[in-house]
Design a protein around this ligand. Sequence first.
Ligand code: WQD
Length: 347
Amino acid sequence: MKKAKILVTGGTGYIGSHTVVELDAAGYEVVVVDNFSNSTPEVIDNIESITGKKITFLELDCADKDHMRLLFAKHPDISAAIHFAAYKAVGESVDKPVEYYHNNLSSLLCLLSEMTAGGRRGSVVFSSSCTVYGQPKAEHLPVSESAPLQPATSPYGKTKQMCEDILTDASAAMKGALKVISLRYFNPVGAHPSAKIGELPRGVPQNLLPFVTQTAIGLREQLSVFGNDYNTPDGSCIRDYIYVCDLAKAHVKAVDRMLERADEMEGDIEYFNLGTGRGLSVLEIVNMFEKATGVKVNYRIAPRRAGDVEQVWADPARANKVLGWKADTPLEDVLRSAWEWEKKIRS
Ligand code: WQD
């Protein structure tokens, strides 16, 4: 028997596409919307090739109220939405703050107003980020959901914090008619085992792993390790690298919780830190990649990157316990999946 219909905004993006695959595997009916601002239409074909099914897809801009009104008119039986649609490059957001505030806030606001129009009940899983914690103090590492939030260091991070505030106020005002689960990602990495979907950075990759794989395959001359003079064991920054497929599965668990066990929710909005609970440095990732793939990575130590936090990794205990979810794919396998994907898209 078909489960509920789930809207996935930004569903042709990196995490969105992997989540669509996992929702389908869990038996949900999925409606995907995207404006291809950071993806391509062939991602739909690739998702369909993995699931073996046609995907309901509408090309639209979530920040366009008319588009969203049409969407809900066409699909009034949407039971929940997973909201990925947003710009997400930290550095770019510093150069283009107005675009980031407009797009990231308007898309959420349009979603909320159209989803709950006429007092209709709503359930939203929000794609948030560990950037809301800034640089946690030593006593707050690993980071749990009770760690203090700190002013974000980029317009991108600020939009995530503002969106969480919007969701808090909207769910409070709707007195139980709007349920929200905000998932705070650490560092998503890797690609689907089929190598049919993965991270498709536009231009020069901002994130570490795509730069590593593009250097390994010869597309980039050399990886710059941004600083080895931090107060960490090997001097390079520490992050919590989580397999994108494990991350995608957490979204299914969040939808399950809101649709099947909403009465267990502690209030109208819940937060979960999605990480492995293990911090690894940049140099450890590079070394682990070389060991896992047998491919050398040419790198140099470069100056620190502005805006980087020194070290942050998750305490995922609450997500493990409450969502019944755990990121347990061995990182060597994850790094190999990224390498297989890189080779596939360059073949
Ligand atoms: C990781 C580490 C860099 C590139 C990301 C996303 C952000 C949010 C949080 C979801 C840092 C170092 C990188 C390179 C390097 N995710 N690095 N050389 O900054 O933790 O932020 O996760 O919302 O959207 O961007 O990830 O991969 O950019 O950097 O040395 O060429 O790798 O300095 O220490 P970051 P990242």
